[in-house]
Design a binder for this molecule. Structure first.
Ligand code: C2O
Ligand code: CU
Length: 456
């Protein structure tokens, strides 16, 4: 499936020496042989096949789904030219990357929208290695819901020795058996947990099986690119190891029992595939199979699970930190607001404010003003009966504690708050700019749960 492979704009020699097995041909890029990472993404409608025999009128990057996997390298510049062939404006956000504000892809706050027919070049140098993703930050329910979601993998400066590396994008499509779309949102659902899609997919396929080398060290990167669903991931392999959470390696791998992955979150696992050919490992959401890995014969030289280098996330200065409280609440008022001829709903508030959107000349005040270089403790209180993955742009939290469970501190850009849970997350405000700060359940962010903080 060549159409999913990114076009390099500049000619490079491509040595096709990729991993080992023939799994995921549609996701594998020509291995980069130059230091320059230079890509092109064309955003346009495209008919894609998610259900057998049915065609889905999706929105696509480069004409298909799954979207191309963008591969970059830690500390090396990457350029991505985005060409908008939609009939509406868009921007692209690089979820989890700590990059300068003018490349963050938020309309009006960091750049002007990319108008239909226009092009925008995103250029940045990723400071952290790991599993990240990309998606528009405009008309999100529809643009993300119809397929504009893709993985962005930042390879370590020195690549760890895995025998295979699988990128697995999880998405439940809102489609019928003939492939046509059902409603992506409804007020009753936006007011609760959001509108779930019907067809659960990994890389656009229902319960795919991928071949992996028998006895190999396998890296599995799960990305929840869904608008709504919280996946509860477990495995038939009792030895599957969590090696990174939300892009960031953890100091000590943890054995996977089950792991909640809300929209926006990522999970990297290390597993040793069976030495016995034909044996398989299945990963599930609750008791529904998501994906199966099957051991196949290979001529590889085998490794054990390598350790991942930690990312250079700034160390919070806890002795001099300032606490800021954020209350995430339900809005008592459920009748729609009529604005600009449109019907808007505000179901959710952050510190008693519902996001009402913005335009060129109308940007609301920040939720908090942060002093550059200083450490803040965000006290994130979820006062609702639903869970909310709270995402910050341009920074990575150090998650310290919760009133509901024991936490070994870890780094994350998308912190899942359970119902009535309060989490303390430290943030070193080292990146100047106006940074979006929102729930990643897309219907929640569109009905109030969005704001921004300003670092200056
Ligand atoms: Cu995935 Cu505002 O982001
Ligand atoms: Cu939410």
């Amino acid at each position: 499936m060549e159409n999913s492979v990114l076009n390099r704009r500049n000619f490079i020699k491509s040595s096709m020496a990729i991993a080992i097995v023939g799994a995921l041909p549609q996701l594998i890029l020509a291995k980069q042989s130059s230091t320059e990472f230079d890509y092109e993404l064309i955003i346009a409608p495209a008919d894609v096949n998610i259900v057998p025999g049915g065609s889905t009128p999706a929105l696509s990057f480069n004409g298909g789904y799954p979207s191309p996997v963008i591969r970059a390298k830690q500390h090396q510049p990457v350029r991505i030219r985005v060409i908008n062939q939609l009939k509406e404006p868009t921007t692209i956000h690089w979820h989890g990357l700590r990059i300068p504000i003018d490349m963050d892809g938020v309309p009006f706050l960091s750049q002007m929208p990319i108008m239909p027919g226009d092009t925008f070049d995103y250029e940045f140098t990723p400071p952290d290695a790991g599993t990240f993703w990309y998606h528009p930050h405009m008309n999100s329910i529809e643009q993300l819901g119809k397929g504009l979601v893709g993985a962005l993998i930042v390879e370590e400066a020195e690549k760890p020795d895995f025998d295979a590396d699988l990128v697995l994008c999880m998405k439940n499509w809102h489609i019928k058996d003939d492939g046509s779309f059902t409603a992506l949102t409804s007020p009753q659902n936006a007011f609760r947990m959001g509108t779930p899609g019907r067809i659960m997919t990994i890389n656009g396929e229902m319960h795919p099986t991928y071949d992996v080398p028998a006895g190999g060290a396998i890296r599995i990167r799960f990305l929840n690119v869904d608008n709504t669903l919280v996946y509860d991931v477990n495995s038939t392999d009792p030895d599957a190891q969590i090696i990174a959470i939300d892009g960031n390696p953890i100091e000590q791998p943890i054995t996977l029992e089950n792991h909640l992955m809300a929209p926006g979150m990522r999970l990297d696992l290390g597993v040793m595939s069976s030495k016995e050919v034909g044996k398989s490992i299945t990963f599930k959401h609750k008791n529904k199979p998501l994906v199966t890995l099957r051991s196949v014969a290979s001529t590889a030289t085998f490794h054990s699970l390598p350790a991942l280098p930690l990312n250079p996330i700034p160390e919070p200065d806890l002795n001099n930190a300032e606490t800021i409280k954020f209350a995430f609440e339900w809005n008592a008022n459920i009748t729609p607001i009529h604005k600009d001829g449109k019907v808007n709903y505000n179901f959710w508030t952050m510190n008693r404010r519902s996001w009402e959107g913005m335009s060129k000349g109308n940007i609301p005040a920040p939720l908090a003003q942060l002093e550059r270089g200083k450490t803040y403790l965000f006290e994130l209180s979820n006062l609702t009966q639903y869970h909310h993955p709270i995402h910050i742009h341009g920074h990575t939290f150090t998650v310290l504690k919760s009133n509901k469970k024991a936490i070994t501190p870890f780094h994350s850009d998308t912190v899942l708050l359970g119902k009535n849970e309060t989490v303390i997350a430290a943030l070193v405000a080292d990146n100047p700019g106006r940074w979006m700060y929102h729930c990643h359940i897309i219907e929640h962010l569109k009905t109030g749960f969005m704001g921004y903080v300003e670092v200056s």
